[in-house]
Design a binder for this molecule. Structure first.
Ligand SMILES: N[C@@H](CCC(=O)N[C@@H](CS)C(=O)NCC(=O)O)C(=O)O
Length: 283
């Protein structure tokens, strides 16, 4: 491996511009009131893997008959900096999607971090989280495992393999190795268990599928061949089973701004929007 010429200074200084999206500070950058729709649950999001987790769970809850899970999903264009508007920062000081407000609580309750949102909704509706202590703990083990491991895939592999302006061999090797190690953890577990928490499909699967399913299917970073994903047979079997669920298919469409126009439902305010408001129908 070639040596890098870079020697870190004594004290790191930010060299970016005030107009850059990524800055080393937090807080709102402009005043903006978020819209509020007719349902108790207001979601502000985008269909990245972290965003999809929440819309998949909401669609699963609705499919199970939980009418209280009806929701308005508003689009937050993170590429345009909408996560830095004052209204969004009030509900997530970390300025990342997804963020949820539950207006059925008084005062309305903010929920941020996708894992926290999944747990909040699963507990609120007593669904997709096992009640048995052993299975529940296993579900949370895998939920937190996914939350902890996502930055290795997105911020690590995704950033250095697909998005960074320079290809850095050390960084790509490091995060390809970590991603493959994580896929192997999942593959070995799924060789013995139908779903992550055991027999029952749960929020652990709903958290992990948008990330690991996307990597295994080559939907993100174009890294499927690079990572030889065909070798993870059990992850493939698990991802196929989850993808076959109609609620998962609907959840993946909400707040989606890429891909087939027929698969993009920019905002979702009613169940009928899937039939009438996809981008192919609106254009
Ligand atoms: N740990 C957070 C991560 C959320 C996250 O990284 N969201 C990304 C999109 S996937 C985002 O909003 N990025 C905007 C930004 O970094 O400014 C969660 O799971 O909710």
């Amino acid at each position: 491996m070639k040596d890098s010429d870079y020697i870190p200074p004594q004290v790191w200084q930010w060299t970016g511009e005030k107009t850059d999206l990524n800055q080393p500070t937090s807080g709102s950058r402009y005043e903006h009131k978020l819209p509020v729709g007719k349902h108790p649950l207001q979601l502000y999001s985008l269909a990245t893997p972290n965003g999809q987790k929440v819309t998949i769970l909401l669609e699963e809850l609705l499919a199970l008959g939980h009418v209280g899970a009806e929701y308005d999903a508003w689009l937050i264009k993170i590429g345009e900096g909408q996560q830095f508007g004052s209204g969004f920062v009030e509900i997530n000081p970390n300025s990342k999607i997804p963020a949820l407000v539950d207006h059925s609580q008084n005062p309305p309750l903010r929920v941020f971090e996708s894992g926290s949102i999944l747990l909040y909704l699963a507990e609120k509706f007593k669904a997709f989280i096992p009640t048995d202590i052993a299975a529940r703990t296993e579900c949370l083990n895998w939920l937190f495992w996914q939350m902890g491991s996502a930055p290795y895939i997105g911020g690590g592999l995704g950033h250095f393999y697909a998005y960074a302006p320079v290809k850095i061999e050390y960084a790509i090797n490091r995060f390809a190795m970590e991603t493959k190690r994580l896929l192997d953890v999942l593959d070995q577990h799924l060789a013995k268990h139908e779903y992550l928490a055991g027999q029952e499909y749960s929020i652990a699967d709903i958290a992990a599928f948008p990330w690991y399913g996307s990597v295994i299917k080559g939907w993100v970073y174009n890294a499927d061949e690079f990572l030889s994903v065909d070798q993870y047979k059990h992850v493939q079997r698990w991802a196929d089973a989850i993808l076959a669920r109609p609620a998962v298919q609907r959840g993946r469409m909400v707040n989606r701004t890429f891909g087939d126009l027929a698969s993009q439902l920019h905002e979702r305010h009613d169940a009928s929007d899937f039939e009438t408001k996809t981008q192919d129908k609106l254009q």
